[in-house]
Design a protein around this ligand. Structure first.
Ligand code: NAD
Length: 498
């Protein structure tokens, strides 16, 4: 499927277990953000290529995959997890070269997805219907839980393998097949995942990969043969996808962006809270949906916490994402770098003050890389654009607060509701905050924790539906109600009983 070229690597679509060039012959290039150089080339697909992939996924559903027992299906998912973990170094290198995130983080993600595949593999044969106690006792009424069909999975660039598995694991456990459209920024690892699935024994056609930009995603969303879209990405794309899918009555799960508050109360363990604030925003150069981009710090400890944040931010080592001592890599794309710059400039125009950073950074030997300084802003009005819109970069906005009611109003005052952090040693306050914050995940005295068995998703404009945990499998199933009359009596509506 993969051929070495002098200038980089070349990948075609992966359909029904085979490498297939795009029908139009068009290609596009991906760029290594650490040095600004072209890294590899991919098929620029269109509706016709999506057609082929959907047909392959339907064939697999009607054929080998659909005929497997749920137990066997689950075992294959587990075996897939083992294969991915064994190749985590290769997968991480492919991803790091395309999104500039630290090799160590990409490798940890490629390793940990086996836990997701063990869990969802284990759930495959625990999908059960029910027997319903109908009024008429001679009727046996039961439910069958059936797969939806072909699932279109569309993912962003920030954690390609991790997010692909979060969507695919429950979809496949439920017995569906998949057409995957990776981000045009990070398409390479998807091919490795699809190939490893087949090495693990998952039949060809169960996971198909088509690459390209937004137009391919739209073709997938609009394809009549696709039963459901599982989308992870920006809220603007999510909105467009929901309306297109809605127009043909296809359902979607949407995992979208955030503007998550990270709240430090006066009684918090300050050392831990500072680590939580820093790692919440500067890990992964702020390029995570759960970035704690708004810090609210109680006025009694505000100056101390802000000083410590600035000191720590000054010490963060920017550099080559492949180097083990690098702490922060570049922005993934030139466009993301420009967005970081322009959003900070707009924030300053609206009255914000820069405490640290705010500019492109130059890294010796990687002068063409898309590096941006870890940035801390304060003196921000609640309606400053940077308090409302996602940057998806290493930009932290810090604001003081006086009391619980004030901080709840500030924290809930955006359209997003993905996650929130609370730092306090006061038990009642912690749980009261957990109830009052409008977010799909609330972390108390920790941040960025996630597990295969704990539901994850957004309130408000951060999304619809959940990944992780048992309920995510339900979202890839439909329920059939079966009625069986077990007596010899027939109810004839045209014969009057006297
Ligand atoms: P994006 O929305 O621009 O693109 C995501 C994917 O969707 C890409 O594959 C893209 O080609 C495709 N796409 C874009 N517009 C489309 C359309 N109209 N129809 C069909 N497909 C379309 O997002 P991005 O810049 O790649 O990723 C960053 C965003 O992802 C951030 O907003 C971040 O918060 C979000 N994100 C959310 C989660 C989560 O779990 N909630 C996780 C990671 C990232």
């Amino acid at each position: 499927m993969q051929t070495q070229l002098e200038s980089g690597q070349s990948f075609d679509n992966y359909i029904a277990g085979r490498s297939v060039a795009s029908l139009s012959g068009q290609r596009f290039e991906s760029i290594n953000p650490a040095n600004g150089q072209a890294w590899g080339s991919f098929a620029e697909s269109d509706r016709d290529d999506v057609d082929l992939a959907v047909a392959a996924a339907r064939d697999a559903l009607a054929g080998a995959w659909g005929k497997l027992s749920p137990t066997r299906r689950g075992r294959l998912l587990m075996a897939w997890g083992e294969k991915i973990a064994a190749r985590s170094e290769k997968i991480a290198r492919l991803e790091s070269a395309q999104n500039g995130k630290l090799l160590a983080e990409m490798k940890a993600q490629a390793n940990v997805v086996k836990e997701w595949l063990y869990y969802f593999g284990g759930l495959a044969d625990k999908i059960e219907g029910r027997v319903i106690p109908i009024e008429r006792q001679s009727v046996l009424n039961y439910t069958l839980r059936e797969p939806l069909g072909v699932i279109g999975v569309i993912v962003p660039w920030n954690s390609p393998t991790f997010l692909t598995i979060m969507s695919c694991a429950p979809a496949l456990a439920a017995g569906n097949t998949v057409v995957l459209k990776p981000s045009e920024v990070t398409s390479a690892s998807a091919f490795e995942l699809a190939r490893l699935a087949e090495e693990a024994g998952i039949p060809p056609g169960v996971i198909n990969v088509v690459t390209g930009a937004r137009a391919v995603g739209e073709a997938l969303v609009n394809h009549e043969g696709v039963a459901k879209i599982c989308f992870t990405g920006s809220d603007s794309a999510g909105r467009a996808i929901a309306s297109q899918a809605g127009a043909r009555l296809a359902s979607c799960t949407l995992e979208l962006g955030g503007k998550s508050p990270n709240i430090v109360f006066g009684d918090a363990l300050v050392d831990n809270a500072v680590v939580g604030l820093l790692s919440g925003i500067f890990a992964a150069a702020g390029q995570t949906c759960i970035a704690g981009s708004r810090a609210y710090v109680h006025e009694s400890i505000y100056d101390e916490v802000v000083d410590r944040l600035v000191q720590r931010a000054k010490g963060i080592r920017l550099g080559d994402p492949l180097a083990p001592d690098t702490q922060m890599g570049p922005a993934a794309t030139a466009m993301q770098l420009r967005k970081n710059e322009s959003m900070v400039a707009k924030a300053v125009d609206a009255g914000a003050q820069i405490l640290h950073g705010g500019r492109r950074a130059s890294v010796p030997g990687l002068e063409q890389g898309f590096f941006f300084e870890p940035t801390i802003l304060h003196r921000l009005a609640a309606d400053n654009p940077i308090m409302q819109e996602e940057v998806f970069g290493p930009v932290l906005a810090v604001t003081p607060f006086r009391d619980d009611d004030e901080v709840v109003a500030l924290a809930n005052g955006t359209k997003f509701g993905l996650a929130a952090g609370v730092w306090t040693r006061e038990l009642r306050r912690a749980h009261s905050m957990a109830r009052r914050l409008q977010a799909g995940t609330v972390w108390i005295n920790t941040y960025r924790a996630m597990a295969f068995n704990s539901p994850f998703g957004g309130y408000k404009d951060s999304g619809i539906g959940r990944v992780n945990g048992m309920e995510s499998v339900d979202q890839f199933l439909q329920t059939k109600s079966v009625w069986c009359e077990t007596s010899d009596e027939i109810q004839d509506p045209f014969v009057l009983k006297v």
